[in-house]
Design a binder for this molecule. Structure first.
Ligand code: ASP
Ligand code: MG
Length: 462
């Protein structure tokens, strides 16, 4: 088989885990061709984002020195444990020092300029992945597995210039194939590619959006026409609901692309929301596997699951979101709509769902709670004699997903009567025309209760 395997976050949180993952790659590389994608060590991307903004707002050379020293220590400790050969270790320490030197210079540059563009922010946060890929590759070499570390750009992930949320160009698939395929078939080596980052055609580093390493993995998978993508996580697979909210939630063995996409859009932190696009067209299955329980089969997304028709298969909860309401009457509806969404897009607001009642203009837009202020202030100045804009700050969004909901009467009725019996007030409802999904907003104090009630109603738990 040819497999793309992605490791990130807690799976690679320290040297011990990195070595464990390298051993998993070694184990599965027997008889298989493997491409590895790594994200940053747990917490590193967040730390880089904080450092970048701090250098811009409160410049201090002392802070930069301290930050670089912390990064050095974290990665150095990882190398110490994960790389079991002196010569290989010395080489990767030198690479790490060179990268951190570069990072220090960029941070100093930001402090002098007092300005942080999206382009420089992408450059700074790319260091998390760029530091880990050589370490992971060295760990493989030190256990006798031939390997080479590559950046997303080296691998052929050329993107547009939409920094922070860049899109790969349509030509990436042929570029990747020409660069990576020979490593697998001729050189017989395991490429370790930085997830999350790409490069523009004129050489500046971009990122694909938070959690983007999954997306890197599936882009590579589509280009190399692999048999499967394995996303190694810290859980046994996709669950009927986050067990943090619903303790009796259970693992789902098979789920369709569409269902998994709906779930990740509505806050189930399984996948980067765009990650399934490249593999869906080629019908390449994506397996979620547990790094710490590697023999369990996990969840398979795609592959002959389109005909599995559970009515409600899984639920997701966004515990805190906000709503902006736009209301009024007597004006061109389409014109206002286009202005509303243009503004939200300019402000890069993450829109979770939209509902509209048809008699007059009454548009409710649910947004990520972090974007609520931005969304509200940009829409507030649309107000005039006829248009009114207000907001609700404290809602939770529950989403029920299942491909069998399409064409099955009574599903919405069942959901809302269960909520009614439990005296949970619904603020807003939305159903996509795919009918794979019914979502509703409730007061945030009732989110967890609402998700439990629906989970029980459809007997999804153990
Ligand atoms: N390290 C990046 C992030 O934290 C990408 C990823 O984890 O996939 O968003
Ligand atoms: Mg990460």
């Amino acid at each position: 088989m040819r497999i793309v395997m992605k490791f990130g976050g807690v799976s690679v949180k320290d040297g011990k885990n990195i070595l464990h993952c390298a051993n998993l790659v070694k184990k599965f590389s027997e008889g298989n061709e493997i491409v590895v994608v790594v994200s940053a060590m747990a917490g590193v991307t967040d730390a880089l984002i904080r450092a970048a903004s701090k250098c811009c707002s409160e410049p201090s050379a002392g802070y930069i020195k301290m930050f670089i020293a912390e990064m050095m220590q974290k990665h150095y400790e990882a190398i110490e444990y994960a790389v079991r050969n002196e010569e290989i270790k010395n080489k990767v320490v030198a690479t790490t020092e060179r990268l951190l030197d570069e990072l220090e210079k960029v941070l100093l540059g930001i402090s002098y300029l007092g300005e942080l563009t999206r382009r420089s922010e992408d450059y700074i946060i790319s260091f998390g992945e760029r530091l880990l890929a050589p370490i992971f590759s060295a760990a493989l070499l030190s256990i006798g597995v031939d390997s080479v570390a590559l950046t997303g750009g080296d691998a052929g992930i050329i993107t547009d210039r939409n920094y922070g949320r860049a899109k790969p160009l349509p030509t990436v698939y042929t570029t990747i194939k020409s660069r990576i395929e020979p490593l697998l078939t001729i050189k017989k080596t395991i490429p370790v590619v930085t997830g999350f980052i790409g490069v523009t055609d004129d050489g500046s580093i971009t990122t694909l959006g938070r959690g983007g390493s999954d997306f890197t993995a599936t882009i590579l998978a589509a280009a190399l026409e692999v048999d499967e993508v394995w996303l190694w996580k810290e859980v046994d697979g996709i669950m009927t609901c986050d067990p943090k909210y619903v303790p009796n939630a259970k693992v789902i063995p098979e789920i369709s692309y569409q269902e998994a996409m709906e779930l990740s859009h509505f806050g189930a932190k399984i996948l980067h929301p765009r990650a399934l696009e490249p593999v869906m067209r080629k019908r390449i299955p994506v397996r979620i596997k547990n790094t710490f329980n590697p023999d369990s089969p996990g969840t398979v997304i795609g592959s002959r699951t389109e005909d599995v028709t559970d009515i409600v298969k899984a639920l997701s909860l966004i515990p805190k979101a906000g709503i902006v309401n736009i209301s009024g009457a007597g004006f061109d509806f389409a014109e206002i709509m286009s202005e509303v969404f243009r503004r939200l897009s300019d402000e890069r607001v993450n829109v979770i769902m939209v509902a509209q009642s048809s008699s007059e203009l009454n548009l409710s837009i649910v947004v990520d709670i972090r974007d609520l202020d931005k969304a509200y202030s940009t829409l507030k100045n649309l107000e005039n004699g006829v248009i009114k804009v207000d907001r609700i700050t404290d809602v939770a969004v529950v989403s029920a997903v299942g491909s069998g909901m399409a064409g099955t009467p009574g599903v919405a009725g069942k959901i809302f009567s269960a909520l009614g019996r439990n005296r949970i007030n619904v603020i807003m409802i939305s159903q996509s025309c795919s009918e794979y999904n019914v979502s509703f907003a409730v007061d945030s104090s009732e989110g967890v209760n609402a998700v439990r009630v629906v989970h029980d109603e459809f007997e999804l738990g153990n």
